[in-house]
Design a protein around this ligand. Sequence first.
Ligand SMILES: Nc1nc2c(ncn2[C@@H]2O[C@H](COP(=O)(O)OP(=O)(O)OP(=O)(O)O)[C@@H](O)[C@H]2O)c(=O)[nH]1
Ligand SMILES: [Mg+2]
Length: 467
Amino acid sequence: MSPPIHFAVVAAVNRGKSSIVSTLAENDSIRISPSPGTTREARSYPVVVDDETLFVLTDTPGFERARELLAWIERERGPEGSPGSVLERFVREHRDDSGFRAECELLAPILGGAAVLYVVDGAVPFRDHMRAEMEILRWAAPLRVALINRRGEHLEGWKGELRAHFQMVREFDAQRVGFGERIGLLRGLREVNEGHWREGLQRIVEALELDWKRRRRRSARIIADLVAKSIVHGLRVPIPSGDDPEDHQARLTKRFHDDLRKLEEKARVEIEALYKHARLEHAEAADRPVWEEDLFDPARWEPLGLAPRQLLALGATLGAVTGGAVDVAVGGASFMLGAVLGAAMGAGGALWRSGQPIASVEGLRGLVRGDRLLRIGPHPNPNFPFVLLDANLLHWTAIRERAHAERSTLVLERAGEKEGPSSALGAGERKALSKCFAGVRKRAPRVDPSARDLLAEKVEGLMGRLE
Ligand SMILES: Nc1nc2c(ncn2[C@@H]2O[C@H](COP(=O)(O)OP(=O)(O)OP(=O)(O)O)[C@@H](O)[C@H]2O)c(=O)[nH]1
Ligand SMILES: [Mg+2]
């Protein structure tokens, strides 16, 4: 088997090389910084799918003395010498010369046969002295592609110059691009050469697309599992006969909510790991996007889930959802937790208030006489599964689209009255989802596995449309 395709990402210092490697290799541990000279040594990052290295990216330190290097080459190359042998000699002779440390580092992968991804910054104008780097590369690397890393007013000036030195010129904003642009770049690269190169890139594109679909399927399962577990979740806690159940209310309510938060947190971490975001910073409190807000923050219920009229239109299916979820209060001692949550939930709450409380007390059979069992959950709000689904679909969208070179805190703008995907569904689809939720709860507190699988399929379908 031929060795994997190898790209060396080269440029002057501080042009965004590491950003490009980070995004293409989906590696958020690579150091990116506004201070020049951050990358001191060449380092390779394999892109692996199913234990197979599809291609390798090498991050390099930036050119520091390109004009001096070019002058050396012009002086030394002679009529016969191949670029490889001339540059090997350069590296041999300058290995211990700290003045050419960066050049020696960045030439190594090119000498190893790597294709060059040359990065320029579209926000600064082209200047003549920048041509030396391009001339070195045109002479030294048979396969060369130029990437303009940010939008800027100088794009056109750059393009003209770059086209004279590179086989392909593309805009590629490493901090903004999603999967589509990454694949687009690799597809474009197929055109740069024939044979092994072209076939290799075709295989890379296919393998990455397949992997992307698998991640989507896996994410759908994670979210379906989260929703299913959350909507059947309930607690039963015995309390001594003399105790006033009201004294246990706050503690039990908190435990119930904490359990649901933990389920959601676990699902989020799994999805972030699936998309290789290992060190994401999440916005705190006020800056948080809607789906980042806490599961029980009232603000979260407002823009997600279904609108009041959509909930009402679900009619009969809603009955099934709440019917299975509500405990019957015994002895009149109920916590009215539903009403408390309901107040925080707007329209869903209004529906709930007309229903029954979800925390209740009942006699505990077979244990100490007189003891009682407090029960809380499953969550009775018909909007709850829709809100949870929406919040996590939005999280998934943001994670999936996020470039690994983007290091700012994760924040999503709040827009519109309803921004969750479920309120945009057709009436039939909402009803089908609602039925699916009811199916999941059929055997609460256990999740019905076939209903959960059906839910995963539906979530995957929703994701397909969001993509
Ligand atoms: N908006 C935007 N900023 C970028 C982009 N690429 C890099 N930057 C910024 O430019 C600075 C340098 O980015 P790096 O990726 O560290 O650049 P480098 O070429 O690896 O730098 P050295 O290792 O120091 O040579 C950082 O502040 C980045 O945030 C880009 O595509 N868009
Ligand atoms: Mg760097």
